[in-house]
Design a protein around this ligand. Structure first.
Ligand SMILES: NC(=O)c1ccc[n+]([C@@H]2O[C@H](COP(=O)([O-])OP(=O)(O)OC[C@H]3O[C@@H](n4cnc5c(N)ncnc54)[C@H](O)[C@@H]3O)[C@@H](O)[C@H]2O)c1
Length: 281
């Protein structure tokens, strides 16, 4: 799957990873780059930079996602690659407001459903097309400090798997992008606000740039990989978790207790490595 000459749509394209994908896809020679974001001005700024189109679009609104796809068809005749990238963190646990749980499900899970519903009929008719969902390492492991994020990112990975199983034999490609910490406003603003979950992410491994994530996405697409891991260690943690979940959980709990985070509460690494042999229970 090469991006050259492809018509690409990117949600959450006004900032961070989405903006980096837009820049990278334009540099790779995409036929059109459509930048969609809740923040229409941000989408416009990025679109101007890459010579693309900008749309203000709330991905939690299925009608707005339909409109985005319809407008792209009207202007470019097709969608070859839909990057369902917009996402939000909440920084909350069990006792926090229910509306944050609903919002996380809307943006981090259902938006991927709306995107697939909007583009798949056309892609199936043509017998080709690609869906790239940005989930997170939290969708394979866990994100202490953010229960809705963990649960909904697992949902995003599960949906991508289901789509790959159901449509993969019919010319449709599906990839899911699962980075660990990335230096974007999503993480950096939360760090500045002192959110323990964000401090946990920063403490858990290397924080890479959005451009590095975009480069990994392009490589993963060329290799036609389902699971794209810009941080390779995430694959190792995931395999170790699958091999022995109880041992992994024990290690996470131990590491959680060992990693205090500012301002005053203990904070674990967000996606902790399984314990070393010497640390095993
Ligand atoms: N930054 C990280 O450490 C990190 C790690 C793993 C996964 N991710 C995921 O990467 C994706 C992009 O995040 P980012 O780090 O670039 O964050 P970001 O905050 O820089 O960018 C997210 C963009 O999504 C837009 N957005 C938010 N809600 C929207 C909605 N309802 N409709 C349309 N657009 C909306 C925002 O306006 C913003 O421009 C998210 O899905 C996030 O969960 C980020």
């Amino acid at each position: 799957m090469r991006v050259r000459d492809k018509v690409v749509v990117i949600t959450g394209g006004g900032s961070g990873i989405g903006a980096a994908l837009a820049r990278r896809f334009a540099a790779e020679g995409a036929a059109a780059v459509v930048v969609a974001d809740l923040d229409g001005d941000a989408a416009h700024t990025v679109a101007t930079t890459v010579g693309g189109d900008a749309y203000g679009c709330d991905v939690a609104d299925s009608a707005a996602v339909d409109d985005l796809v319809r407008m792209t068809f009207r202007r470019h005749g097709r969608v070859d690659l839909f990057c369902s990238n917009a996402g939000i963190t909440t920084g909350v646990g069990l006792d926090d407001p229910l509306d944050l749980w609903h919002k996380a499900f809307d943006v981090n899970v259902l938006a991927h459903v709306w995107a697939a519903r909007a583009v798949l009929p056309h892609m199936l008719e043509r017998g080709s097309g690609w869906l790239l969902a940005t989930a997170s390492a939290a969708g394979l492991l866990t994100a202490p400090g953010d229960a809705p994020y963990t649960v909904t990112k697992h949902g995003a990975v599960a949906l991508a798997e289901w789509l790959a199983v159901t449509y993969g034999g019919r010319g449709i490609g599906v990839s899911v992008l699962c980075p660990l910490g990335v230096a974007t406003p999503l993480l950096l603003d939360a760090l500045a606000a002192g959110e323990s979950g964000a401090h946990a992410v920063a403490a858990s491994g290397t924080v890479i740039s959005a451009d590095e994530v975009a480069a990994a996405a392009v490589t993963g697409l060329i290799d036609e990989r389902f699971l794209i891991l810009p941080h390779p260690e995430v694959g190792r943690f995931w395999a170790q978790k699958a091999a022995d979940p109880d041992r992994w959980l024990a290690g996470v709990r131990r590491l959680t207790a060992a990693h205090p985070a500012p301002p005053a509460h203990p904070a674990p690494p967000a996606h902790p490595a399984p314990p070393a042999e010497s640390e095993q229970p």
